[in-house]
Design a binder for this molecule. Sequence first.
Ligand SMILES: Cc1ncc(C[n+]2csc(CCOP(=O)(O)OP(=O)(O)O)c2C)c(N)n1
Ligand SMILES: [Mg+2]
Length: 356
Amino acid sequence: MDDTVARFEIGYTRYLDPNGETVGEIPEFLRDPLVLKALYRALVRTRTFDAKAVALQRTGRLGTYASSLGQEAVSVGTAAAMQDADLLVPSFREHGAQLWRGVTPLELFLYWGGDERGSDFAGPRQDFPVCVPVGSHAPHAAGAALAFKLRREPRVAVCVFGDGATSKGDVAEAMNFAGVWCLPVVFVVSNNQWAISVPRRQQTAAATLAQKAVAAGVPGGQVDGNDVLAVRSQVGLAIERARAGQGASVVEALTYRLGDHTTADDASRYRDDAEPTRHWPDEPVLRLRRYLTAKGMWMKSDEEHLLQETSNEIDAAATAYLATPVQDRHTIFDYTFAKLPADLVSQRLALFARSK
Ligand SMILES: Cc1ncc(C[n+]2csc(CCOP(=O)(O)OP(=O)(O)O)c2C)c(N)n1
Ligand SMILES: [Mg+2]
């Protein structure tokens, strides 16, 4: 007699290998040159933004910044699977998703320059701002999904966090709640193998992070997070499942943090330099370019044009950011409360008095 009471399996999806060669059958909608080129442009635009942000920080003109180098496909593939009315609930490394959703490079520079106006998105107004506390946004995503469900709105909340966040109680609680209430939320784990200096193997003894979904009674699967097509397709399936009333999912995207944790970090203090060198051949941008080039969809002139166009756009945004007058100090009181509590009113007045 077999007395096993539960079994589970975690699937893995990849369509493009690191050489840009196909593995398995790419879904029909991801063979459309327009769709593929849009994904490629977004990857390049994200990387261009990222390089500029690091350069601005290194020259003392931006605050501490979390680079997404090497992880662009997780962000872009996730956002590309969303509808405009869906809700992005990001952590701090999802610049690619935010840019795809219509947050402007200027807004992102402002935010990372310490200016709260950068979180007042002109485009996707419902999207949450960057969440720096690790994993604390997951319950908010579940809560927003509950609101969508109660209002019978066909919308989905998409929450992105890192491998380290999956050890947080907030994330387990959010998944559990989403499972019980069958909520329209998708949790995307951007597993870049490190949580600052903590490597994945010290994060959990579990074989995958996706299987954390199983305990919550929701489906979980892994994708190659450096294959934007795999991310786009699997996050897309999870979103459509959620939209159809079938509840939450977890997608673990396997990627790699090629840079330091942030510009305030020096990874060489805890990570062998040989490790990122080993991972460079897996990076997502070259992979998709190889595929497009081999299919005759992308020429050298297309590449040159795109690089020019993106660097013009990002440079113009950086110039506009640097030309934006710094806000008055007292505005630090302005963005948390609709009605300022009395003790903060007096602190605000004291700051005003001291500024004189
Ligand atoms: C609640 C909380 N604890 C600690 C930190 C400091 N911290 C910032 S990022 C980070 C690691 C996050 O790792 P992971 O979730 O894998 O995301 P990644 O940075 O790799 O994208 C830590 C510990 C924080 N921001 N919030
Ligand atoms: Mg990580």
